[in-house]
Write a protein that binds this ligand. Structure first.
Ligand code: ATP
Ligand code: MG
Length: 412
């Protein structure tokens, strides 16, 4: 059986005039993806009768399942039910059951039932009315052409609840018939997307049935490996080690293994502790590491040493080193790392200093960052040049500072 085509429609002027972001659809996409039912299209449309009917008709002509969010309420801009009837070529009928539960709900809250509420109990002929115990507007299921349409209220709390309780169970038969699909996310740092693709692009030749997709969440690049079919699991079990072999240390983790956790794990494996001395990142590298629960097992702490005075007085960087090389230099970064290691008493220490901009100085362009690593076997350092705005340079610098440690621990 061919894969069912599932399409989402989110309605509402608010979604298209910049006042709110559609959070309903991404949530549902994730749920459906987990059931092996990927969404292949999503449309956003205003509360406009013509546009809405046209959108519903288009969806009916090309998809098997369509989930529509919003516009089921009692106000005059809530047009979805009427437009659904029009697209299906049917009339509207008054639903006693929907009205009774709405009335009961209003009474319980001491509210008077208005004409608008009667309107809310009008549903397309032939629609199944699915009660909504989380709000007033019921969920509707209706066939338009060959497609099954589900209409859910737009209020996120109601949408999530009805989708989980009523929609997903109704799609479970589709889920059982869907071809097996397994995915794995490989998370990389230090490898541009094009280089990532170069390394992996030929994988599907060796592993037929495998597909690749890339995503950048700077400064990370991710590759998603998807295997489809009855051998999905086995295929991934073979392909992933080969992908990781090709990526080497540039791949720091898989699936939910974040960069923070990956760095932490390398420290845990060596039973080693870390201290930091940060200038331009002002604690960002330490904060990144502390995102992972249990970081106290390896993270001792760090110093934010922005000014030259604190680099000298708090950390003990020699004044003549600062005078001779300037604060943004490999020499100073190395001194910061080895001073942090000895003063804070850790097995390893990392340090960074640089220019986050927007202003550079006479010696270095904006984005110049020096990172250093002090380990029991000595001190190493590296110069980087990061592009972008201040925020991005500081984020890259935090990663680079920790990544030097990760790579060193993995190869020592
Ligand atoms: P109501 O009975 O509340 O009118 P409804 O089904 O008519 O429900 P809408 O009027 O479309 O739903 O939306 C109600 C509110 O829910 C909106 O004001 C908006 O704040 C929120 N909302 C609607 N759609 C979305 C969406 N896709 N993502 C996030 N929030 C949404
Ligand atoms: Mg509404």
């Amino acid at each position: 059986m061919a894969e069912a085509r599932i399409e989402l429609i989110a309605t509402g002027d608010e979604l298209l005039n910049g006042s709110i972001v559609d959070t309903n659809s991404p949530w549902l996409m994730g749920q459906l993806e987990g059931l092996g039912l990927p969404v292949w299209r999503k449309t956003m449309v205003r509360d406009d009768r013509g546009a809405l009917v046209e959108t519903l008709r288009m969806a009916a002509s090309r998809s098997d399942v369509v989930v529509v969010s919003g516009g089921l309420g009692p106000t005059s801009d809530d047009l979805t039910a009427e437009c659904a009837a029009e697209a299906a070529g049917v009339g509207m009928r008054f639903d006693e059951g929907a009205f009774a539960s709405l009335e009961a709900r209003m009474r319980a809250r001491g509210l008077a039932v208005s004409a608008n509420n009667r309107r809310q109990a009008m549903v397309p002929e032939g629609a199944e009315v699915i009660p909504n115990r989380h709000g007033t507007a019921p969920m509707l299921e209706l066939r338009i052409q060959q497609a099954r349409f589900f209409f859910l209220p737009g209020v996120p709390r109601e949408y999530f609840a009805l989708a989980a309780e009523e929609l997903l169970p109704r799609l479970s038969a589709l889920a059982r018939a869907a071809p097996q699909r397994r995915t794995i996310l490989l998370r990389c740092y230090g490898l541009p997307e094009s280089a990532l693709d170069q390394k992996l692009a030929s994988l599907p030749d060796s592993f037929p049935g495998l597909s690749l997709a890339y995503r950048t969440t700077l400064p990370e690049n991710h590759a998603k490996l998807t295997a489809t079919g009855p051998r999905a699991e086995a295929l991934l079990a073979e392909a992933v080690p080969e992908a990781r072999r090709r990526l080497g240390l540039d791949c720091f983790g898989q699936d939910d293994e974040t960069f923070s956790r990956a760095v932490g794990n390398t420290l845990l494996d060596k039973k080693a502790t870390l201290a930091l001395a940060e200038s331009l990142t002002a604690g960002r590298a330490a904060a990144l590491l502390a995102e992972t629960p249990g970081a106290s097992r390896y993270l001792l702490g760090g110093l934010v040493v922005y000014s030259e005075r604190l680099k000298r007085e708090l950390l003990g960087v020699p004044a003549d080193l600062l005078a001779e090389h300037g604060a943004v230099s490999l020499e100073v970064a190395e001194s910061m790392a080895s001073q942090a290691r000895s003063r804070l008493g850790s097995d390893y220490a990392v340090a960074c200093t640089g220019l986050a901009g927007p202003e550079g100085d006479e010696r270095h362009p904006v984005g110049t960052v020096m990172t250093a690593l002090a380990s029991p076997s000595g001190v190493t350092s590296r110069r980087h040049l990061f592009m972008g705005d201040r925020e991005r340079i500081r984020e890259f610098a935090a990663y680079a500072t920790l990544d030097a440690l990760r790579r060193s621990l993995l190869t020592s």
